[in-house]
Design a protein around this ligand. Structure first.
Ligand SMILES: CC(C)(COP(=O)(O)OP(=O)(O)OC[C@H]1O[C@@H](n2cnc3c(N)ncnc32)[C@H](O)[C@@H]1OP(=O)(O)O)[C@@H](O)C(=O)NCCC(=O)NCCS
Length: 198
């Protein structure tokens, strides 16, 4: 499994307006909707690594630690998409990073991701970011095309590896130990207390 990382350096689109579309900060009532939209988008068959790393803590954690970089898009008060970002300071460099981006299938190809990225990037620039990063599965053609069109270039492959721990030696030992323990366990009928004689 390989991932590609992309970056953009100070080339941002101007504001794009779309009738009926609102981009705003994520609120407490949006958390479940955002999580479930992610579940719908990041499926194990299409993007196994994204699928494994998406859980409710991604949403709760971002909202808890970096609410300024959690935005949602609404169309006619319906959740249409979300973006979760972060800022990383390393020495004198400050990077913005798109951790998660998703648009509901019924609202795709309407410029919603475009708006979400623009609004996040503006916030990150205000907070000192001068370099922007994003990553996705190289098989994710819509996202690769989206980021490329948005100005993210210098794509680099990053290899993700996995290991089946049910084949691990320690796991085998643990199972054997638990089996042995179960075999040794003898069920004992609870003793009845003798009734005190009066
Ligand atoms: C990638 C994604 C966020 C794009 O959202 P979107 O709101 O549909 O994107 P936009 O409408 O702003 O698209 C802007 C441009 O991106 C490219 N693009 C977007 N979706 C595309 C698709 N399915 N196929 C080809 N190009 C696509 C196009 O160049 C498009 O411009 P155009 O419509 O004028 O041709 C959306 O497809 C999605 O949620 N995918 C699943 C989740 C995901 O992969 N997230 C990213 C990694 S975490």
């Amino acid at each position: 499994m390989t991932y590609i990382f992309m970056s953009i350096e100070n080339s941002f689109d101007n504001e794009r307006s779309d009738a009926g579309l609102t981009v705003r900060e994520m609120e407490i009532d949006d958390l479940a909707g955002v999580f479930h939209l992610g579940e719908l988008l990041f499926t194990s068959d299409l993007y196994p690594y994204i699928y494994r790393t998406w859980d409710e803590w991604e949403v709760i954690g971002s909202y808890n630690t970096e609410p300024d970089y959690c935005l949602v898009a609404e169309v006619d008060e319906q959740l249409a998409g979300f973006i979760l970002g972060t800022i990383i300071s390393k020495g004198t460099l400050v990077y913005g990073y798109i951790t998660w981006l998703g648009v509901s299938p019924s609202f795709q190809r309407r410029g919603i991701a475009d708006q979400l990225v623009d609004r996040l990037v503006e916030r990150l620039i205000n907070d000192g970011a001068r370099f922007m990063m994003a990553d996705t599965d190289p098989e994710n053609a819509p996202a690769v095309k989206f980021f490329d069109r948005k100005g993210f270039h210098d794509a680099r492959r990053h290899i993700f590896l996995s290991m089946d721990l049910s084949q691990h030696e320690y796991y085998g030992k643990l199972i054997a130990y638990e089996r042995e323990k179960a075999d040794r366990k003898v069920w004992k009928r609870p003793r009845l207390r003798p009734t005190p004689k009066t």
